[in-house]
Design a protein around this ligand. Structure first.
Ligand SMILES: O=CC(=O)O
Length: 324
């Protein structure tokens, strides 16, 4: 029987459990729903866990880390995002933090393209019209949307996902692709994307895909001032993190026609209550944070998070190490 213990905060796909069981005894929160914070804190006190495998919904703060105790070696999140983990507190305690980069790039990029097309061509409105029996005689100006051909695409955050969104969208025939990031990146030339500052991005682009992390620098970058400067025909897509957009400002911008439409797979808060004003706007397409919801990605994410736990205990550097 192994003498190491891991706590897993949710039911996870089998490849993750198989990998963990090579080295660990496993305790887990046997649910598909998020573990309440107090339950997580109490669970961490129950045993001296060597590794914690968590989800993006679990706030891993001082309280959880204090409850876990000094033997905890790693917090491995089954996500790319890690804004739910207090990196400073982990660093103080020499606890490694690791995420699962790479394996959800394709799934999120595919969903970003789907969401952009759905929003530009008003697909959800069409589907709803058919379901509600509103499909009458053909009308020349009914449910007219926007083509991609000849338009200007902007990508905010040209990391793995942003780049792969650009790669997939390029064949649609945009006249220009711009990107904004903290610095220029050499691989941008592979998709003929030109670096531009944020002001330029928001003023020149017809479509903007937000593909960045949430950091203090990106928080509410899209706010009232920005929406006023964007093109009135602009369509904003967000598959990064909800907090990059000020949702009150977005609601006003969509109502006033400052921009044409938005497609969001991530919102602030999550879940977005169905009473939120954005939900009832026809020019806002909202998905329930499902960018990486493919079995390909989820199995791989579980396996990598598990491999990261094993690595930390066997003194190998985890694949997705996150530094402060
Ligand atoms: O949003 C999903 C992730 O961070 O993996």
């Amino acid at each position: 029987m192994p003498d190491k213990w891991v706590y897993v905060t949710r039911r996870i796909p089998k490849p993750g459990l198989t990998k963990l069981s090579e080295l660990f005894n496993i305790d887990s929160y046997e649910s598909d729903e998020a573990i309440p914070h107090d339950v997580l804190v109490n669970s961490m006190k129950e045993k001296r866990y060597d590794a914690l495998l968590c989800m993006l919904t679990d706030k891993i703060d001082k309280e959880v880390l204090d409850a876990a105790g000094p033997q905890l070696k790693i917090v491995a999140t089954m996500s790319v995002g890690y804004e739910h983990i207090d990196l400073q507190e982990c660093a103080k305690r020499n606890i490694l933090v690791a995420n699962t980069p790479g394996v959800s790039t394709d799934s999120v990029a595919e969903l970003t393209v789907s969401l952009l097309l759905m929003t530009a061509r008003r697909v959800p409105e069409g589907v709803n019209a058919v379901k509600k029996g509103e499909w009458g005689q053909w009308k020349p100006m009914w449910l007219c949307g926007t083509e991609l051909t000849g338009k200007v695409l902007g990508i905010y955050g040209l990391g793995r996902i942003g780049f792969n969104v650009g790669r997939r969208l390029k064949p649609f025939g945009f006249s220009k692709i711009y990107y904004t990031d903290v610095q220029e990146v050499s691989y941008a030339k592979d998709i003929d994307a030109e670096f531009i500052n944020f002001e330029g991005l928001i003023q020149k682009c017809d479509f903007i895909c937000v593909c960045c992390n949430l950091t203090p620098q990106t928080r509410h970058m899209f706010n009232t001032d920005v929406f006023k400067k964007m093109k009135r025909n602009a369509i904003l897509i967000n598959t990064g993190r909800g907090g990059v957009i000020d949702h009150e400002a977005l609601t006003e911008a969509l109502k006033n026609g400052d921009i044409t439409a938005a497609g969001l797979d991530v919102t602030e808060p999550e879940p977005l209550p169905k009473t939120h004003p954005l939900v009832s706007l026809p020019n806002c397409v909202i998905l329930p944070h499902m960018g990486s919801n493919t079995w390909d990605s989820r199995n791989a994410m579980a396996e990598i998070a598990a491999r990261n736990c094993v690595a930390a205990i066997t003194n190998v550097t985890p694949e997705g190490i996150v530094s402060v």
